[in-house]
Write a protein that binds this ligand. Structure first.
Ligand SMILES: *[C@@H]1O[C@H](CO)[C@@H](O)[C@H](O)[C@H]1NC(C)=O
Ligand SMILES: *[C@@H]1O[C@H](CO)[C@@H](O)[C@H](O)[C@H]1NC(C)=O
Ligand SMILES: *[C@@H]1O[C@H](CO)[C@@H](O)[C@H](O)[C@H]1NC(C)=O
Ligand SMILES: *[C@@H]1O[C@H](CO)[C@@H](O)[C@H](O)[C@H]1NC(C)=O
Ligand SMILES: *[C@@H]1O[C@H](CO)[C@@H](O)[C@H](O)[C@H]1NC(C)=O
Ligand SMILES: *[C@@H]1O[C@H](CO)[C@@H](O)[C@H](O)[C@H]1NC(C)=O
Ligand SMILES: *[C@@H]1O[C@H](CO)[C@@H](O)[C@H](O)[C@H]1NC(C)=O
Ligand SMILES: *[C@@H]1O[C@H](CO)[C@@H](O)[C@H](O)[C@H]1NC(C)=O
Ligand SMILES: *[C@@H]1O[C@H](CO)[C@@H](O)[C@H](O)[C@H]1NC(C)=O
Ligand SMILES: *[C@@H]1O[C@H](CO)[C@@H](O)[C@H](O)[C@H]1NC(C)=O
Ligand SMILES: *[C@@H]1O[C@H](CO)[C@@H](O)[C@H](O)[C@H]1NC(C)=O
Ligand SMILES: *[C@@H]1O[C@H](CO)[C@@H](O)[C@H](O)[C@H]1NC(C)=O
Length: 823
C-alpha cells in the first residue's frame, strides 16, 4: 500500500474512490505539515470502520496521503475529520494561515485546527483583520456555517463567526485556533495572520475595532455559560473611532462567592481606570478607545459559576460642549434641576465625565457640565428658590421680588418652571403683588391671556393650589397666612429663560386677620370672577377668606355667586358675608344651608367667607363681581318718597298678611310669626329679583324677626325702601330669605315692637321658609354661642342676643329646630 503513496501525491486533490465490498474508498491527500485525523464519532450507532490496507479501526491518523476504505457506504454521517497543524512561533513567525482544501473529505464535517507553539516568555498574536470575527454562544451557528473556536487545552476563549469586529487576539502559546465546517459544506478559506506577541499577563486579549457606524455587539466570558476559571483575567481592547461614544451593558452574569479576590470589570484608558462590579452600571457614552479587563476570583464553592455576557454599542455624536453653571451669587438657597426630557434622546448630559439623566446644581457650588448632542428641547430645567424669613425680626416687612434667575447662555434646555418657596415665621403671612400693579385669577370663563401662569400653593395643604394667577387684572394683592410656593410657568410649556423682569413682588407680614386676604379693584363695566382658595377643590377647613373689593363712589357692584359647593359641617357652619367697608356698612350673610343671593353694593365692601370643619363635601364658591355706573340718585330719592307713601299701605298689608298666614299656618300646626319693621329697615333693595317671588322675604331681616330682642339703631334709616319690596306680603311663603345683619347691633333693639302679631305665647319665628333655612331665636342663639366659643370666625353674629329663658335647640338638625316650639 505505501508503495503507491508517491503516485497519489501526484494526484493531489483529485478524488479517487471505488467501492470495495459495498464500502467506500477515498484517496486523501495530506498537505505537507498537516495531520489528518479521521475519527468515528462517539455517538455513531454503526460499527463502521476506516481501514488503511487491512488495518481497520474506529479512527485513523494520516500524516501522508493515503487511500482509506470504509466498510459502510455513508461514512460522512459517522466520521469527522480534523486537520491539525502546529505553528511554531518562537522568535519571529509572521505567517499567514489559510485553511487547505480536502475535496475528498468535503462530505465530512471538518475541523481545521492550528496549534501555536512558542517559547514560554512570549505570547502570540492573531491577526483577523481580513476575516473579522464576531463572538457567538456555544449553541449558535454562523450564517456561512464557518465557526471559529479559539481555546487553550482547557479553556474555550470563545466561538466566532466571520465578518465581525474582532480584528485580533493575543494569547499565550499552546492555544489553538480552529475552524469548523460542516459536512457537504464547501470550505471558503480566509486568511489570518500569526506573529509573536508582546507578552500578556492575561489569558487572552481580544482586540475589537468598532466600526465607524452605529453598531452593537455581544461578548461572552471564556467557557460561557460555564465557569471562567479562577484567578484569571481576560481583556477586551476596544478601539472606538473618533466622534463615537461607546456604552457597555451587561446582559447577563452569574457570580460565585469569592474566597479570595473579587470578580470585577476594570476599565482602563491611558493609565486611568475605573473598576466596576458586575452588578454596577457600566461605562456609558465613553469617547475614545479603552481596555476592559474581566477578573475572576478564587471561588468558595466550585459548583458556582462565574460567567458574563455583555454588549458594547457605539454611536456617533457631535462634539462635547462644556458649561460651568454658577449660581453662587443668587439670593437664598437656589436649586437648578436639569433633566433629559426623553430618556431615549441622543442628548448626553455629563457631570465629572459621568453620564447623568438628571443633575442638580445648587447655589452652594458651581459645577461644570458637559453636553453632547443636546438640543434645547432635549433638556428641561426647573429652578427652586427658597426665600426664608424664619426669625420674627429683620426680614418681616422687607420686600423681595420674584424674578427668573439668569442662567448661563451655554446651558441648553427649556426653563420649564421656577418655584419660589416662601417661608414665613409662625403666624406670619406673605403678601404678593404684581410689579405691573395687578393680577388676574385664572378660572374657567376667565382664563389668562398672558402665557405666564403663577401658581400659588400652600405647603400645609399638600401643595394644593390656592389659585392660579397671571399679570394684569383686578387683583391688587394676595395675602396668605401660610408658607407658600409660587411657581411660574408658561401656559404652553415654553421657555422662561427670556423673562428678565420680576414676575411678582412680595413681602413678609407679621400677621394676618384672615387666612387669605385678596384686594380687588374691579374695572368698570367688567365682570370679575373670584374663586375660593383651592377652587375647584374645597377651601381649607376652618379657614377664612376675605376679598376687599374697592371701587370709586360713582359705581356700584353687583355681587353674584355663580358656583357654590357646600359641605356638611362637623361643627359650626360655613358662611358667606358681604359687608360695606365703611364702619356703618350693612352685612348680608348666608350660612351653610342658605342659598346666597345676588346683592348690589353701593360702596367698597368686604366679601368674606369661612369654612367649617367638614364631614362631607367641600366648600367652594365662585363669585362674580360686576361694576356698574351707579343708578341715578334722584330716581332713588323719588323712589324713597314713593316708598314712604307706600309704607302705610305696607303696614296695612302686613297686618292682613300676617293674620291670614297665621290662620293658614295654624292649620298646619306651625307656630309662626309675622314681623314688620316700621323703620323701613326691613326693605332691602334687591336688584334684578323684583319679578322673582323669592325676593319677597328679602325684606324680612333678622333684626325684624328678632326685633324684640334688639335695640333700635340710628343708621337704620340709611336704607332706601324699595317700591317693590312690599310684595313681601302677597307672595308665596316657601322662599329662602336673604338674611341681613347689622353691624353695631346693640343699637338696633326694638323690643316688643312685633308682639301684637306674635302673641305672647309664641316666640318670634321667621314666616314659613324652607325647613333647612329655618332659624328661631333658640337656634340663632345656639349659633351665636357657637361662634363665640370658637372665637375665630368672622361672621357677624354677635348682634343676635341671647333671650333669657330661650330653649336651646340643637344646631345639628335645623329641621327639628323649626318644628320645635320656642318659649
Ligand atoms: C476520536 O474522537 C473521540 C471523541 O469523539 C475522542 O475521544 C478520541 O480521542 C478521538 N481519537 C483520536 C485519535 O483523536
Ligand atoms: C466493518 O468492519 C468491522 C471489522 O471488520 C466490523 O466489526 C463491522 O461490523 C463492519 N461494519 C459494517 C457496517 O460492515
Ligand atoms: C458527497 O456526497 C454526495 C451524495 O450525498 C455524492 O454525490 C458525492 O459524490 C460525495 N462527494 C464526495 C467527494 O464523496
Ligand atoms: C507543540 O506543543 C505541543 C505541546 O507542548 C507538543 O506536543 C508539540 O510537539 C509541539 N509541536 C511542535 C511542532 O513543536
Ligand atoms: C488555558 O487557560 C486556562 C485559563 O486561563 C489556564 O488556567 C490554563 O493554564 C491554560 N492552559 C494552557 C495550556 O495554557
Ligand atoms: C458582513 O456583514 C455585512 C453587514 O453586517 C454584510 O453586508 C455582509 O454581507 C457580510 N458578509 C458576509 C460574508 O457575511
Ligand atoms: C490596552 O492595553 C494594552 C496592553 O494590554 C495597551 O497597549 C493599550 O495601550 C491599552 N489601550 C488603552 C486604550 O489604554
Ligand atoms: C421644586 O419645586 C417643585 C414645585 O413646588 C416641587 O415639585 C419639587 O419637588 C421641588 N424640588 C425640590 C428638589 O425641592
Ligand atoms: C412656616 O414654616 C415654618 C417652619 O417650617 C414654621 O415655623 C412656620 O410657622 C410656618 N409659617 C406659617 C405661616 O405657617
Ligand atoms: C383677553 O383676551 C380677550 C380676547 O382675546 C379679551 O377680550 C380680554 O380683554 C383679554 N383680557 C385681558 C386681561 O387682557
Ligand atoms: C361649578 O364648578 C364645578 C367645578 O368645581 C364644575 O364642575 C361645574 O360645572 C360648575 N358649575 C357651573 C354651573 O358652572
Ligand atoms: C371681613 O373681612 C374684613 C377684612 O379682613 C374684616 O375687616 C371684616 O371685619 C370682615 N367682616 C366680617 C363680617 O367678618
Amino acid at each position: 500500500m505505501w508503495s503507491w503513496g508517491l503516485s497519489l501525491v501526484l494526484l493531489c486533490g483529485v478524488l479517487q474512490w471505488s467501492s470495495v465490498s459495498g464500502g467506500l474508498v477515498l484517496t486523501v491527500h495530506v498537505h505537507s505539515g498537516a495531520t489528518v485525523l479521521i475519527n468515528r464519532t462517539q455517538t455513531a450507532v454503526s460499527k463502521c470502520e476506516v481501514c488503511i490496507g487491512k488495518s481497520c479501526q474506529s479512527s485513523v491518523t494520516l500524516q501522508n496521503s493515503a487511500d482509506v476504505e470504509f466498510n459502510c457506504t455513508e461514512p460522512e454521517n459517522l466520521f469527522t475529520v480534523e486537520i491539525v497543524r502546529y505553528i511554531v512561533c518562537t522568535e519571529s513567525c509572521d505567517r499567514n494561515i489559510t485553511p487547505e482544501q480536502y475535496p475528498s473529505l468535503q462530505n465530512f464535517s471538518r475541523t481545521f485546527t492550528w496549534i501555536i507553539n512558542g517559547s514560554d516568555e512570549n505570547s502570540f498574536s492573531l491577526d483577523f483583520t481580513k476575516t473579522g470575527l464576531r463572538q457567538i454562544r456555544a449553541t449558535e451557528s454562523c450564517p456561512d456555517k464557518h465557526v471559529y473556536t479559539v481555546s487553550n487545552s482547557t479553556t474555550s476563549i470563545g466561538r466566532f463567526c466571520r465578518n465581525g469586529t474582532i480584528k485580533g487576539m493575543e494569547m499565550n502559546f499552546e492555544s489553538s485556533v480552529s475552524l469548523q465546517v460542516p459536512g457537504q459544506e464547501q470550505l471558503e478559506p480566509t486568511t489570518f495572520g500569526v506573529s509573536v506577541g508582546n507578552g500578556i499577563t492575561v489569558l487572552a486579549m481580544i482586540k475589537v475595532s468598532l466600526p465607524a457606524e452605529e453598531s452593537s455587539q455581544e461578548f461572552f466570558s471564556p467557557n460561557y455559560p460555564g465557569n471562567f476559571p479562577d484567578f484569571n483575567s481576560i481583556r477586551w481592547s476596544f478601539n472606538v473611532p473618533p466622534k463615537y461614544y461607546a456604552s457597555v451593558r451587561i446582559l447577563d452574569f452569574t457570580e460565585p462567592r469569592c474566597l479570595r479576590d473579587d470578580t470585577h470589570l476594570k476599565y482602563e484608558r491611558d493609565g486611568k481606570m475605573v473598576v466596576k462590579k458586575l452588578s454596577d452600571a457600566q461605562l456609558s457614552e465613553h469617547q475614545g478607545s479603552f481596555n476592559l479587563t474581566f477578573r475572576s476570583c478564587l471561588r468558595r464553592n466550585l459548583n458556582s459559576v462565574l460567567s458574563l455576557h455583555f454588549k458594547i454599542s457605539a454611536i456617533k455624536r457631535g462634539a462635547e460642549a462644556r458649561c460651568t453653571v454658577d449660581l453662587t451669587r443668587e439670593e437664598g438657597l437656589l436649586e437648578l434641576h436639569i433633566r433629559k426630557s426623553k430618556p431615549t434622546s441622543a442628548c448626553i448630559l455629563k457631570l465629572s465625565s459621568l453620564i447623568q439623566d438628571t443633575v442638580t446644581v445648587t447655589s452652594e457650588k458651581a459645577l461644570t457640565l458637559a453636553f453632547i448632542d443636546c438640543r434645547e428641547e432635549d433638556l428641561l430645567l426647573n429652578i427652586n428658590q427658597t426665600i426664608a424669613c424664619q426669625q420674627q425680626k429683620g426680614c418681616v416687612s422687607s420686600k423681595f421680588s420674584l424674578r427668573v434667575p439668569v442662567l448661563e447662555k451655554c446651558l441648553p434646555g427649556f426653563l420649564q418652571q421656577v418655584s419660589w418657596h416662601l417661608n414665613t415665621p409662625q403666624d406670619g403671612a406673605v403678601e404678593l403683588m404684581s410689579p405691573t400693579g395687578s393680577l388676574q385669577q385664572s378660572l374657567p370663563g376667565q382664563t389668562c391671556n398672558s402665557s405666564i401662569l403663577l401658581t400659588v400653593t400652600e405647603h400645609e395643604q399638600q401643595g394644593m393650589a390656592v389659585g392660579q394667577f397671571c399679570p394684569q387684572g383686578p387683583i391688587r394683592s394676595v395675602q396668605i397666612q401660610s408658607n407658600i410656593t409660587v411657581t411660574a410657568s408658561h401656559a404652553d410649556g415654553r421657555d422662561l429663560k427670556q423673562i428678565t423682569y420680576p414676575l411678582l413682588e412680595g413681602s413678609i407680614l407679621e400677621s394676618l386677620k384672615e387666612r387669605y386676604i385678596i384686594n380687588v379693584m374691579p374695572k368698570k363695566d367688567s365682570s370679575v370672577l373670584l374663586a375660593t382658595p383651592a377652587w375647584p377643590a374645597g377651601m381649607k377647613p376652618q379657614s377664612t377668606v376675605s376679598w376687599i373689593v374697592s371701587f370709586p363712589s360713582q359705581f356700584e357692584a353687583n355681587v353674584e355667586f355663580t358656583n357654590i359647593s357646600q359641605v356638611s359641617c362637623a361643627n359650626r357652619h360655613t358662611s358667606i358675608e358681604v359687608q360695606k367697608q365703611s364702619s356703618r356698612g350693612e352685612t348680608y350673610s348666608w350660612r351653610m344651608d342658605e342659598k346666597p343671593k345676588s346683592v348690589v353694593m353701593e360702596e367698597s365692601f368686604y366679601l368674606n367667607m369661612s369654612n367649617c370643619k367638614s364631614v362631607k363635601g367641600s366648600f367652594s364658591v365662585v363669585s362674580q363681581i360686576t361694576l356698574l355706573k351707579r343708578k341715578n340718585k334722584s330716581l332713588t330719592i323719588a323712589l324713597s318718597v314713593v316708598s314712604v307713601l307706600l309704607l302705610l299701605v305696607v303696614i296695612a298689608f302686613a297686618v292682613v298678611c300676617v293674620i291670614n298666614r297665621r290662620k293658614k299656618k295654624q292649620q298646619n300646626s306651625h307656630p309662626e310669626v309675622s314681623v314688620y319693621n316700621p323703620n323701613g329697615h326691613a326693605f332691602l333693595p334687591v336688584p334684578k329679583t323684583t319679578e322673582d317671588d323669592e325676593h319677597i322675604y328679602h325684606c324680612i331681616d333678622d333684626t325684624m324677626v328678632y326685633g324684640h330682642l334688639l335695640k333700635h339703631g340710628e343708621e337704620v334709616n340709611d336704607f332706601e325702601p324699595a317700591v317693590d319690596s312690599y310684595q313681601v306680603f302677597t307672595g308665596p311663603t316657601e322662599v329662602q330669605p336673604l338674611t341681613e345683619h347689622r353691624e353695631n347691633t346693640d343699637k338696633i333693639q326694638e323690643v316688643g315692637v312685633y308682639r301684637p302679631f306674635t302673641g305672647p305665647q309664641n316666640a318670634p319665628e321667621v314666616p314659613e321658609r324652607s325647613p333647612r333655612q329655618g332659624r328661631n331665636p333658640a337656634h340663632a342663639e345656639q349659633q351665636g354661642a357657637d361662634k363665640k366659643i370658637s372665637g375665630d370666625d368672622k361672621i357677624v353674629e354677635d348682634q343676635v342676643r341671647t333671650t333669657p329663658g330661650l330653649k336651646i335647640a340643637p344646631l345639628a338638625d335645623p329641621e327639628e329646630d323649626d318644628s320645635e316650639t320656642p318659649l
